[in-house]
Design a binder for this molecule. Structure first.
Ligand code: ATP
Length: 356
């Protein structure tokens, strides 16, 4: 009998609590050999007992589970969202999930704000460094509250961190195909090395060194500002993009816009060989939480990505095909032009997939 994969589920806050039940339902409908264990980490628990994640929480996740599925964390009742920061950044940093992988694919031309763009024109992936950069909270303030206040936010770039994310991008390019079945061919590094010369210089040198090991893969470089402009002028040439933590954060929200908005975007936080974490690109979206209007497809496509990562390619493909059918038949939520509620869209999809 197939060994069921153990999935830790953290629905979290806001719309996370609405989209994750849809993802679980759809994964079950696809017949994936998984078992879910739900965790109550999130704002409610934090407000009740001040726990963000239990002291041994991250080591338990790494030891006892094959993957983690997260909805979203963030709640206006928690000052500075300390719980979200500790849980999400805790997972990324303490479990060393260094590669944030965000596929950008357009399911239907109607979802893209650009004119004359077809689904085949938007099929790229952004690989974002996930453990360094400006997210390490290194820095400080001096003379706070005075007219002479100084704030310093350090940008951490280590040789090890830069090399492993660039190598991950080349490996990804070498082993993944585009949706039309053609091989991926090009890795583009995005930075701001004209202004951030020290960090950018390290990225530039390492990129050239690692690229030399992959002579069949084309390479390209763009400054982040030029890349943003190119992405909305013509997204066709993009294939695999590798970049640092902050540029990756910004560029992937822009890229999500090309595929129908935050409600359609999936992501994985990976470390090959270790327990990895999968979460939709969107946050907890407090203004729309609890209204049954959140688009569940980002979370559902995230779950499909998780299944593919766990070796369940057929179940993953079944889910992606189901989402494509839902989009084409307009069984979708209002953010992408439909009339269905979160639960109705999830039910329709689960039922469709179960029948396939
Ligand atoms: P964070 O800072 O964690 O990213 P946020 O509230 O600033 O959280 P999001 O939660 O990503 O940002 O959402 C911003 C807005 O995008 C929401 O208020 C909502 O209008 C829209 N949005 C995000 N996710 C979805 C979704 N799944 N379905 C529909 N609309 C969404």
């Amino acid at each position: 009998m197939t060994q069921r994969k153990r999935i830790a589920v953290i629905a979290g806050d806001g719309i996370g609590k609405e989209v994750i039940p849809q993802a679980l339902k759809v994964v079950e409908a696809a017949g994936a050999a998984v078992e879910f264990t739900e965790f109550d980490w999130g704002a409610d628990r934090y407000l009740a007992d001040k726990t963000t994640a239990p002291p041994d929480g991250f080591s338990n996740l790494a030891r006892d589970y094959d993957a983690i599925l997260v909805g979203a964390l963030g709640d206006p009742r928690v000052p500075s969202n300390i719980h979200a920061k500790e849980i999400l950044l805790g997972m990324r940093f303490k479990m060393d999930l260094y590669a944030n992988v965000r596929p950008v694919r357009l399911m239907d031309a109607a979802l893209c704000p650009l004119k004359d763009v077809e689904p085949k024109d938007v099929d790229f992936v952004v690989i974002r460094e996930n453990t360094e950069g400006v997210y390490g909270d290194v820095g400080g303030v001096f003379k706070q509250g005075t007219a002479d206040e100084v704030a310093i936010q350090e940008d951490i770039n280590t040789r090890k961190g830069v090399e492993r994310i660039i190598r991950y991008a080349f490996e990804y390019c070498a082993h993944h195909k585009k949706l039309d079945g053609s091989p991926r061919q090009r890795v583009l590094m995005c930075d701001k090395s004209n202004a951030m010369t020290h960090a950018g210089g390290l990225w530039q040198r390492v990129f050239k060194e690692v690229a030399a090991e992959y002579p069949k893969i084309e390479t390209q470089h763009m400054y982040v500002d030029a890349l943003c402009m190119q992405m909305v002028r013509d997204p066709r040439p993009f294939d695999v993009i590798v970049t640092n933590n902050m540029f990756g954060d910004i560029v992937t929200d822009l890229a999500a816009g090309l595929q129908g908005g935050l409600g359609m975007a999936a992501s994985g936080n990976l470390h090959p060989g270790k327990t990895s974490m999968f979460e939709p690109v969107h946050g907890s979206a407090p203004p729309i939480a609890g209204k049954n209007i959140a688009n569940p497809f980002g979370a559902i496509l995230t779950a499909a990505m998780m299944l593919a990562h766990l070796g369940m390619a057929a179940e993953s493909a079944k889910i992606e095909a189901g989402v494509l059918e839902a989009v084409r038949q307009k069984k979708i939520t209002a953010d992408i032009g439909g009339t269905m509620g979160t639960w109705e869209a999830g039910d329709w999809l689960a039922e469709r997939i179960a029948r396939r």
